[in-house]
Ligand binder design. Structure first.
Ligand SMILES: [Zn+2]
Length: 197
């Protein structure tokens, strides 16, 4: 899927661009279990539709004809919450739980169908795209990531107080920060202060 950054707002109000590196990790920005629950933004199917409009999946082709029901939304949230544990395990060099991978595998059943718009020659998704197909796109993306050449590059931001997870798709593979302008810069400033002290 094409790269697409998200603009996030830190707890101090700083806005910064963040590239999660994959669609399944981008989905983690919508909330999660436990302490991530206060960041939940997917309360209704319409919330998910709004969020998807700026997603990497919509960068492939517009997602303007969606049909998502409440049970599908619940399944996507369950996948997302499970994906968080999978990505955290991978980022810390641990093996993801088998039950968690079951949830990923079970999600990969339906997929958005690509088509060429005869009028414009551009790529489109055959509509309506269902919630099950959105889940399938995320689960297939996760399987690609977990079995692909960058599977050892799932990382948590190196700042001790930042929990953002990303796939490092850079050529050298040395990305450490969620964002250079955010945590990379904070690190540079504190290293400079430490040297001066
Ligand atoms: Zn960070």
């Amino acid at each position: 899927m094409p790269s697409r950054t998200r603009v996030l707002t830190g707890h101090d109000g700083q806005r910064f661009a963040f590239d999660p590196g994959s669609f399944c990790l981008e989905l983690l920005l919508t909330g999660g279990p436990g302490k991530f629950a206060r960041h939940e933004i997917l309360h209704t199917p319409d919330d998910l539709a709004r969020w998807l409009a700026d997603s990497r999946l919509a960068a492939v082709a517009p997602l303007d004809d969606l049909r998502i029901d409440h049970s599908e939304l619940a399944a996507i949230r369950r996948f997302r919450d499970t994906m968080l544990t999978v990505a955290q395990a991978m980022a810390h060099g641990e093996r993801p739980a088998a039950e968690a991978l079951d949830v990923v595998n079970e999600g990969a059943t339906a997929f958005p169908r690509p088509r060429i718009d005869p009028a414009t020659g551009s790529r489109a998704w055959a509509g309506p795209v269902t919630g099950a197909q959105i889940l399938g796109a995320a689960a297939a993306d996760a399987i690609d990531m977990l079995t692909g050449p960058h599977r050892d590059r799932i990382r948590e931001c190196a700042a001790s107080d930042c929990l953002l997870l990303f796939l490092d798709t850079s050529r050298p593979g040395r990305r450490r920060w969620c964002s250079m302008e955010r945590c990379g810069n904070r690190q540079k400033v504190s290293a400079y202060r430490a040297r001066r002290a």
